[in-house]
Write a protein that binds this ligand. Structure first.
Ligand code: ATR
Length: 308
């Protein structure tokens, strides 16, 4: 077995003349972030090194402090340290505050800043894909399948984009109901109707309006196995020719995506979300804000796909 803690460590002092960045997590060996950041660096002609850092569960704070003390410029944070990263930072962006979690850390004027680009990464990816369909998130009827951590993380960013309505359906109905109750207290949810539905009854319209959705997001962990949270027949009943089927899992064609394609729907995995959240961090670190469109998102997605 390879020793993860040796191969994945990054010492900024070992890369003279380069700005050094890394992604930190537990586990971390699978992370595609180095490929994405290397792609953006090459595209924009910047001299950086981006590596992976494995941290023991009880050593996150000291690992981060050591990295910055040695001259590191910025960190991406992945599972399970996003909450700890948020708490560690002295300065927090508004969207990090809303998520109460952070996936980006950097120093500015002697203070540790954090941001959360996961939500905006998802909505930028969805906007990009919907644009191909001549559609947008604004006023869209959205169905979220699942009521775990992944589902929870997408609700606030979708509401911020002023989608028309959000329906949450989950294998365990009570969890979908809990999630809806939790978000109904937030200010933005007042403008976006939020409802929980029983997953098997999604095709039974409870109003006069159509029971099809513009966007169906699979936020369940079912794609990691070989299952889809809904049958192909049910997917057919709740979609129309313009529906986008989006699976938050990446690196594989899930059953949910296969079913959607067989029904003639546009389907996508979540790799674009990973690339977009990286692009937002890269823009902050390299002062490219406002130049969103210059980073080659499609090229970075293709670069990661080539590694599978
Ligand atoms: P994550 O942080 O990835 O969301 P989680 O919090 O454990 O992980 O949530 C997993 C979600 O996937 C839940 O909504 C779960 O449904 P239950 O609440 O009924 O357990 C859903 N899930 C997992 N496997 C599934 C499957 N085979 N079919 C349908 N839903 C599934």
């Amino acid at each position: 077995m390879t020793n993860q803690s040796t191969i994945d460590q990054v010492n900024p002092q070992s890369h003279p003349g380069k700005d050094v960045y890394a992604v930190i997590g537990h586990p971390i060996a699978h992370s595609k972030s180095p490929i994405i950041h290397a792609y953006f660096a090459k595209q924009t002609n910047q001299s950086i090194h981006y590596g992976r850092i494995f941290s023991e569960l009880n050593a996150f704070k000291e690992t981060v402090e050591q990295f910055f003390a040695r001259g590191g410029k910025g960190l991406n944070i992945t599972v399970p340290f996003k909450l700890e990263a948020y708490e560690l930072a002295q300065k927090k962006t508004e969207r990090a505050r809303l998520a109460q979690a952070a996936n980006v850390l950097w120093y500015k004027d002697g203070e540790l800043w954090c941001d959360n680009t996961d939500g905006a990464g998802l909505t930028r990816d969805l906007q990009r894909l919907l644009k191909h369909q001549g559609a947008s998130l604004n006023h869209a009827k959205v169905l979220i399948l699942g009521a775990g951590g992944a589902a929870q993380g997408v609700i606030e960013p979708l509401m911020a984009e002023k989608v028309g309505q959000i329906t949450i359906a989950n294998r365990t109905f009570a969890k979908a109901q809990q999630l809806v109750e939790q978000f109904k207290q937030s200010a933005t949810s007042a403008q976006v109707p939020l409802e929980a539905r029983e997953i098997q009854k999604l095709d039974q319209s409870n109003s006069d309006t159509s029971n099809t959705f513009d966007l169906i997001i699979n936020a369940t962990a079912s794609g990691l196995g070989d299952a889809s949270p809904i049958s192909k027949e049910l997917l057919k009943a709740i979609s129309n020719s313009k529906t986008l089927a989006y699976d938050m899992v990446y690196g594989k064609e899930t059953r949910f995506m296969q079913d959607a394609r067989q029904l003639g729907l546009k389907a996508s995995d979540g790799l674009g979300m990973l690339v977009e959240q990286a692009a937002l961090a890269f823009e902050t670190w390299r002062n490219l804000k406002g130049a969103d469109s210059t980073l080659d998102i499609d090229g970075a997605i293709a670069a990661v796909r080539a590694t599978y």
